[in-house]
Design a binder for this molecule. Structure first.
Ligand SMILES: Cc1ncc(COP(=O)(O)O)c(C=O)c1O
Length: 391
């Protein structure tokens, strides 16, 4: 596949090379078709695009700034620029996608949003958009994540969303997705499933990437203003399902920038997964020898997922993007280092991307003098209790 075709419209089959597609029960096929048709129609409608842009601006706080990390850059011998998704309303990039999907749900006449959440950021964003547009919200969350992201559970409650604890399996994001999909089958007539990352059946991986593309497009223009070469040498983002990375990469896929996605060591589907089907799509999935999905393990609830979005699997096979892993210890140390050099408390998820940059810069994997754009996907307030325990 040529570079031009990368990160474009995957067509009606929703395929990215060997990955993607639509592997759902018969009863959900019409719903997927309906959402695809509605999204194509809305995305071509200047009225919808205007409304989305206005809400992202006056409500969600876009454009987000590009902050040069001056002291840390000096320590690392590189130029590090941070795309500040942590400064959006609700504190992460998840709001970009959710405002888009909530407007779509409203346009389709749905009155309730269903969502899964791991770190709780997608759940908070969904509860927020539902309140804004007068919709109901039901959010499925693993019991283990409810314990470690208590602040976000309280936020969802205050915003009026119902948070449904999921007690099956590892009680984390994978199990919350299972439950949300089960519920969607049962309530497809009046509910809209607001998927939180570039995963799920077609059209979700493509649609969510398009809603997150705003990160990459803004960053591309900001880098052009900030950097003599206009384009950074590296573009780096963390990967759970892969939405902040996909949105960022979409702005740079046609440039010379090297694209790097960073996964948790214990949730490294791009580096150790095999082709398989999970939650309605084919992608790289952590599996045992019998093809059973293996549990992921990460200190970051938002990266505790055994798969990656199908487009990332394709970008990996194509060689256009590379994928790396970092350990929990490297992540905690990166989080503290950013806090103490720049006064920015990043989410544990985002700190994965930073941990890779620090390791690569210190080991010569990134040459001295290089320019690096890093998407800081969210703020770390939600992680304070976990950080206290880890430290
Ligand atoms: C702050 C933050 N960053 C990253 C992620 C991972 O999601 P994605 O890979 O879809 O960007 C999450 C998920 O909850 C998150 O809360």
């Amino acid at each position: 596949m040529s570079e031009h075709a990368l990160m474009s419209d995957p067509g009606t089959t929703g395929r990215f090379g060997d990955y993607g597609g639509r592997y759902v029960p018969e009863s959900l096929i019409p719903a997927c078709h309906e959402i695809e048709a509605a999204f194509r129609d809305a995305w071509a409608d200047p009225g919808f695009r205007d409304r989305l842009t206005t809400l992202l601006t006056v409500y969600a706080g876009r454009p987000t700034p590009l902050t040069p990390a001056r002291r840390l850059s000096r320590e690392l011998g590189i130029t590090l620029l941070l795309k500040r998704e942590d400064l959006t309303h609700t504190g992460s990039h998840k709001i970009n996608n959710v405002v888009g999907q909530a407007l779509l749900a409203q346009r389709m006449g749905r009155r309730r949003l269903l969502a899964e959440t791991g770190a709780g950021q997608h759940g908070v964003a969904t509860a927020t958009a539902a309140a804004l547009l007068g919709l109901e919200a039901t959010v499925f969350m693993g019991e283990r994540d409810i314990e470690r992201q208590e602040l976000n559970v309280l936020r969802m409650n205050v915003l009026g969303a119902e948070v449904v604890p999921v007690t099956s399996g590892s009680r984390t994001l994978k199990d919350a997705c299972n439950e949300a999909m089960r519920h969607w089958v049962a309530s497809v007539g009046d509910s809209y499933y607001c998927v939180g990352s570039v995963m799920g059946p077609h059209p979700y991986p493509w649609m969510v990437r398009e809603f997150q593309r705003v990160i990459g497009e803004e960053a591309r223009a900001q880098c052009a203003a900030e950097l003599p070469a206009a384009v950074p040498d590296y573009v780096v983002a963390c990967i759970g399902g892969g939405s902040n990375a996909a949105g960022t990469f979409a702005g740079f896929v046609g440039t010379t920038a090297r694209l790097v996605g960073v996964e948790a060591h214990g949730g490294a589907a791009a580096t150790s997964g095999r082709s398989g089907v999970l939650h309605g799509f084919r992608s790289l999935v952590l599996q045992d020898d019998d093809g059973q999905v293996r549990e992921a393990h990460s200190i970051a609830a938002g990266l505790d997922y055994p798969g990656i979005g199908p487009e990332h699997a394709h970008l990996r096979d194509d060689g256009r993007a590379r994928y790396a892993t970092v350990t929990d210890d490297e992540v905690v140390s990166a989080l503290v280092r950013l806090a103490r050099t720049e006064g920015i408390l990043a989410a544990l998820e985002s700190s994965h991307a930073l941990a890779w940059v620090i390791r690569a810069a210190e080991s010569g994997g990134i040459a001295p003098g290089s320019t690096v754009l890093l998407t800081l996907s969210g703020r770390g307030d939600k992680d304070i209790a976990s950080i206290r325990e880890l430290l």
